[in-house]
Design a protein around this ligand. Structure first.
Ligand code: GSH
Length: 211
């Protein structure tokens, strides 16, 4: 059984979507980061960096923070979502690291300046909007002629990036300008595991495209 410590954010949803996809038994502990639950002594013992998501696997005794490490752990535990074929394996890891080091952190800043604090810094708004557009362009090129980021297989690289793209409106991104990303976004949005994992821990609808 996996104990999942999470909140309804892109990083949290990566793990609930993966757990649903893998059909693993899990129990949710809501850590409301808007109320400061992440700073409690109990949660700090589980996630030393005081951020969600984190897991504890009661089968192995392993406790992990960092969404990328958790996705790799779940993939290794089940033998799924990470191709065994060497070139595809490393391409999946490469794009998982791209999400962790680029797409996630930069879009997170875009959320702060474009969605939550507009008007505070035009420099930051322009910088993170431009970087968001550049990153969507990178993803659009990677997805040309492919159903998924690492090819024809749905992997942890898709699960890591998709919840960030689901917040395209926060980032002032018009998905029509990135047709390969748009098709990939909609393809993944249909998966029952994505819809179920999106509602953890707070019920939420997967965002559709604006009319
Ligand atoms: N690198 C971490 C980032 C985790 C992260 O930033 N989590 C956010 C929610 S998406 C959080 O816990 N924020 C609470 C805070 O910053 O106090 C990961 O990928 O797991």
């Amino acid at each position: 059984m996996i104990e999942l410590y999470t909140w309804s954010t892109p990083n949290g949803r990566k793990v609930s979507i993966a757990l649903e996809e893998l059909g693993l038994d899990y129990q949710v502990h809501a850590i409301d980061i808007s109320k400061g639950d992440q700073y409690s002594a109990e949660f700090t013992a589980i996630s030393p960096n005081q951020k969600i998501p984190a897991i504890h696997d009661t089968d192995t005794g392993i406790t992990l923070m960092e969404s990328g490490a958790i996705l790799l752990y779940l993939a290794e535990k089940t033998g799924r979502l990470l191709p065994g074929d060497t070139p595809k394996h490393w391409e999946t890891i490469e794009w998982l690291m791209w999400q962790k080091g680029g797409l996630g952190p930069m879009l997170g800043q875009a959320h702060h300046y474009l969605k939550f604090n507009p008007g505070k810094s035009s420099y930051a708004e322009e910088r993170y909007h431009r970087e968001a557009q550049r990153l969507y362009g990178v993803l659009n090129r990677q997805l040309a002629g492919r159903d998924f980021i690492a090819g024809d297989e749905y992997t942890v690289a898709d699960i890591a990036s998709w919840p960030w793209v689901s917040r395209f409106e926060f980032q002032h991104i018009d998905l029509c300008e990135y047709p390969n990303v748009m098709a990939w976004y909609l393809r993944i949005a249909e998966r029952p595991a994505v819809q179920a994992g999106y509602s953890v821990p707070v019920p939420a609808e997967v965002p559709g495209l604006p009319d």
